[in-house]
Design a protein around this ligand. Structure first.
Ligand code: MIC
Ligand code: SF4
Length: 649
């Protein structure tokens, strides 16, 4: 059988099921990553499983999101993560070392291995030929405990890159083109595998820009082969021993092929408020910018920032613009400092931020009221920047750098001149902010600050759900709507009761109050409900508020899994018109749950309207058991209990 790159890795890691499209498969996970905004919860859940050392080949805990310390909360979480990591055999990447995805690519990723991360942009490491998947924290905790990770065996889409990029265009334009064509729902249950002669000219960090932003397609993951380019990158990182070649077989079978002619590709921009709202930059007429932000896990590599430094050399940023730059890692920042590029950026007027997520997750640098911000990031959902009236555009570092000089969104094509930034033959290697795990954990005390509150746990499902609809929302609701994250709320990621006041607030500020008054209820959503982040807080907080079920036209992959992991029933409309028949405060009843939960379609009664709806319960038997038990943790505990009873009998 001829196999694709992804299929080869899946074949080497499959523990349950067969490589049959659309069926559930369980994968062995080699490496895990967590970051601080999802990590605290993941480690609390890992601790609840009572496991000693992690069972993975390598697990790394990063601090990169909650970097603003306006009170003790973030610092307390960092201390908890550092100590819990030490106790359980996990590497710890200190604040300042960089964004998890960038650092993992540089220092830890291994082609051919599987990586599970509690962050939706984990597929970044697909740029070096890893099968890298984003998941909720609980799934990552299970993987650290040695458990499999389950996915629906995806369709494999080949993205054939033909020709070579023109000056002024770059990897960001390739992924923006894929988003323009496939849209934010287009990648559900698909892996995007890149090939064709065009990949030869893309370095690993450039490939990683593409696989990173594949998350915005809703894809399971994106991947490049591991080839000579991968070898060169690993060698430059002093890690050539980690190299394995992984190429697709000739004539491997793909479910779909997308061709992109790189010679014809123009510089593109994603307009407010969705990463798939893509137009050529040439189509935008004199859009004045107030802020340009360069960084994030999509575009903050050494080559990206060198290009920016070369474009800005000897220039001054426009009077009306503020330029902020957050380098992806300490390695990048250190190298820019040593070769003088940092001085050029500062001299042009850049405000240099620390290496971390920063403005990408609204940790500072919120734009002015109705401000226009041009960012090299991956998400421009409304309000994510911290300013709900801001208009955020996404583009390449080239577009960002030229626009910051001009003061309005500008096509870089005429300004590229001799701008040529190459990947270095040797990166500067200094891992002094990475704390390695220790053999003996006897003396390690896990330190828990007062902000760390217990996470909510569900009960096993009763005989029926009879509850009111608390809110009805439209299509493409993101996890940033369900559980907003900004500088004010991020410090409370380990405090679900506190966060609960803000649940779905961008859609309806009274939602949380209503949920609390009525003691819970049901959410009704449109297509692609829960797109975006992997944050399981978008399930944990609704669970805390008593949400029993979410009924939507369709769900985003990670969020649906997070709902199931927490015992919340994800139901999909069979007949989309029924969405229009349901209103807020309607009383809905799902009767005879013990029977209905085993079915692929269920009947829901609307007592208020005296109607009945057919709904789809598209979950596997394993997931049915999880929901019946009231979530994955309960299921694991009951399994462990059973094993213990057998053992003691
Ligand atoms: C994001 O980009 O939305 C985040 C913040 O990195 C999230 C993780 C989180 O919510 O903590 C993600 O992408 O999963
Ligand atoms: Fe951090 Fe932004 Fe990347 Fe999320 S998308 S990991 S917030 S840099």
């Amino acid at each position: 059988m001829k196999l694709t790159v992804a299929e080869k890795i899946i074949k080497n890691h499959i523990m349950t099921g067969n490589i049959e499209k659309g069926t559930e498969i369980g994968l062995k996970i080699d490496q895990t990553i967590t970051q601080d905004s999802t990590g605290t919860m993941a480690y609390l859940q890992f601790e609840a499983m009572g496991i000693g050392k992690v069972k993975t080949k390598k697990s790394v805990a990063y601090i990169d999101h909650n970097m603003l310390q306006t009170g003790p909360e973030n610092a307390d979480d960092h201390l908890y993560i550092q100590t819990v990591a030490k106790k359980h055999g996990i590497y710890f990447s200190k604040p300042g070392n960089g964004i998890c995805h960038q650092v993992h690519l540089e220092r830890f990723g291994v082609p051919g291995q599987t990586l599970l991360g509690s962050d939706s942009h984990t597929p970044t490491c697909g740029g070096m030929g890893m099968l890298a998947i984003g998941a909720g924290g609980l799934d990552v905790a299970v993987a650290m405990a040695g458990g499999e990770y389950y996915i629906t065996m995806p369709q494999i889409v080949k993205v054939e890159l033909k020709g070579k990029l023109k000056p002024g265009t770059s990897a960001k334009d390739i992924i923006l083109e894929v988003l323009r064509r496939c849209k934010v729902k287009g990648g559900l249950n698909k892996i995007f595998e890149y090939g064709g002669e065009g990949i030869e000219y893309l370095t690993v960090p450039e490939r990683a820009t593409i696989t990173n932003m594949g998350a915005e397609l809703g894809a399971t993951t994106s991947i490049f082969p591991s080839d000579e380019v991968t070898y060169e990158f690993l060698k430059a990182q002093g890690r050539e021993k980690d190299y394995t070649e992984i190429l697709a077989d000739d004539n491997a079978d793909y479910d779909e092929i997308i061709e992109i002619d790189l010679d014809k590709l123009e510089s593109l921009v994603a307009c407010p408020h969705s990463p798939d709202n893509v137009v050529p930059v040439s189509a935008l007429k004199h859009i004045k910018v107030d802020q340009v932000a360069i960084g994030s896990c999509t575009n903050s590599s050494y080559v990206d920032l060198m290009k920016v430094a070369k474009i800005l050399e000897g220039k001054t940023i426009a009077e009306n613009v503020s330029l902020v730059i957050s380098p992806g890692s300490k390695q990048v920042l250190n190298m820019l400092a040593e070769n003088g590029a940092l001085a050029k950026l500062i001299s042009a007027g850049a405000r240099i931020l620390e290496s971390g997520c920063g403005p990408c997750i609204g940790m500072g640098q919120a734009p002015s009221t109705k401000g226009v911000s041009l960012r090299t990031f991956n998400r421009n959902f409304k309000g994510r920047s911290g300013t709900s009236s801001a208009n955020v555009y996404l583009a390449s570092p080239e577009v960002a750098a030229v626009s910051v000089i001009k003061g309005y969104i500008t096509n870089p094509i005429e300004y590229m001149g001799n701008v040529d930034a190459q990947m270095p033959e040797e990166f500067l290697i200094n891992d002094n902010l990475i704390i390695s795990p220790i053999e003996s954990d006897f003396d390690v005390e896990v330190i828990r600050g007062p902000n760390i509150k217990p996470f909510p746990q569900n009960k096993s499902l009763g005989k029926e759900i009879a509850d009111k609809v608390l809110i009805k929302v439209e299509d493409d609701i993101t996890t940033d709507h369900i559980m907003p994250s900004n500088a004010k709320l991020l410090p409370y990621r380990s405090n679900i009761p506190y966060l609960s006041d803000y649940c779905l607030a961008p859609c309806d500020p009274d939602f949380s109050k209503r949920a609390k008054e009525l003691g819970g209820g049901i959410i009704v959503g449109g297509y692609n409900y829960g797109q975006g982040s992997s944050r399981e807080h978008a399930a944990l907080v609704p669970l805390y508020l008593g949400i029993k079920a979410v009924i939507a036209k369709s769900f985003a992959r990670i969020h649906k899994q997070n709902l199931i992991n927490n015992g919340i029933v994800p139901l999909e409309f069979h007949d989309m018109d029924d969405y229009n028949n349901i209103d807020v405060f309607d009383e809905l009843i799902l009767e005879d749950i013990p029977t209905q939960i085993e079915m692929d379609t269920v009947i829901l009664k609307n007592k208020t309207k005296n109607q009945e709806y057919k709904l789809v319960l598209d979950i596997t038997n394993r997931q049915r058991n999880m929901i019946k038990a009231g979530g994955l943790l309960n299921l694991i505990k009951s399994q462990l209990l059973r094993e213990e009873l057998v053992y003691n009998a």
